[in-house]
Ligand binder design. Structure first.
Ligand SMILES: C[S@@+](CC[C@H](N)C(=O)[O-])C[C@H]1O[C@@H](n2cnc3c(N)ncnc32)[C@H](O)[C@@H]1O
Length: 275
């Protein structure tokens, strides 16, 4: 998706990342499901999944809205959309729509969605307000916007004392290297307020686990791929990157290791009639 007119998407798009997204979905599914439960997504709703990737939440939303609802997946990556279309056919769904492109360049009809959902996208974009504006417009009055993304604190690996202790600053610099904001969720209630969106909730969630846990294996898939990319970008020196991977790998074999994920925040707001 990266090109002269499209800003760089930090994580890239390939088969390995597609696999990581599937794994990630399973690990964090209880958190996302509970968020959708609290929002009260119902049969017949019309939903938009913005930055849908291969549509993992798109399909969960489709389960909830049933035959009489509709879900639109908005996504710039052809590879992910190809997977999504194939899976839509395999499941025999006729009410999943696909829109290829970014939120910023989308031409969504105004006032049509009961729910606009977006998970792990907005922290990567250069201008959160530009990303959100078309999504706000696409909501019907009374509709809900629901964002799941980072407030990138809380990341920790125990026992402490090794090179991995310094990863936090590197991840912040990594997100910022493409103009992203690893604390973006903290600015959402204020941004909602300025656009006539009433904040319904802003709740932090973290997962923790040892070597065999899903959360540690999820982190393994991220750090073993992205620490080398941080080195390529000059965010970490080669020796420092190698020391961090070695420290992580030693923890991954340590039965007493404990990993804490960064905080994922569920932010939901309702569109009022008074922008
Ligand atoms: C980390 S993936 C998350 C995918 C999916 N939301 C999930 O939770 O499984 C981020 C996705 O956002 C897409 N993306 C990046 N920038 C975007 C933008 N400006 N508008 C819409 N989607 C975007 C990427 O192509 C990628 O599929």
């Amino acid at each position: 998706m990266t090109g002269p007119s499209t800003p760089e998407y930090l994580l890239g798009v390939d088969e390995a990342e597609l696999e990581r997204l599937h794994f990630q979905h399973e690990v964090w599914r209880p958190v996302t499901d509970a968020f959708l439960d609290r929002i009260g997504v119902r049969a017949g709703w019309k939903c938009l999944d913005a930055g849908a990737g291969p549509g993992l939440v798109t399909f969960d939303l489709r389960e909830r809205v049933g035959d009489e609802g509709e879900v639109t997946a908005l996504e710039p990556s052809k590879l992910y959309l190809e997977w999504l279309r194939k899976e839509t056919r395999r499941r025999g769904y006729s009410n999943i729509r696909v829109l290829e492109g970014t939120a910023e360049n989308s031409s969504l009809d105004p006032g049509q969605y009961d729910l606009v959902f977006s998970r792990w996208v907005i922290a990567f974009v250069q201008d959160a307000e530009r990303f959100l504006q078309p999504l706000f417009n696409a909501l019907r009055p009374g509709g809900v916007i629901a964002i799941q993304d980072y407030m990138y604190e809380g990341l920790a690996l125990f026992p402490r004392g090794g090179a991995f202790d310094r990863i936090h600053a590197a991840v912040l610099a990594y997100y910022r290297s493409v103009g992203g904001d690893p604390y973006v969720t903290a600015s959402l209630p204020g941004l909602f307020h300025r656009h006539g969106i009433q904040t319904l909730e802003c709740s932090p969630h973290s997962l923790a686990g040892g070597t065999d846990s899903g959360v540690m294996q999820w982190a393994h898939r991220f750090f073993t791929v992205h620490i080398p990319r941080m080195v390529e970008r000059g965010i970490l020196g080669e020796t420092e990157g190698a020391a961090m991977i070695a420290d992580w790998t030693a923890h991954a074999r340590n039965p007493d290791a404990l990993f804490f994920s960064p905080i994922v925040v569920d932010v939901a707001g309702r569109k009022t009639n008074h922008p």
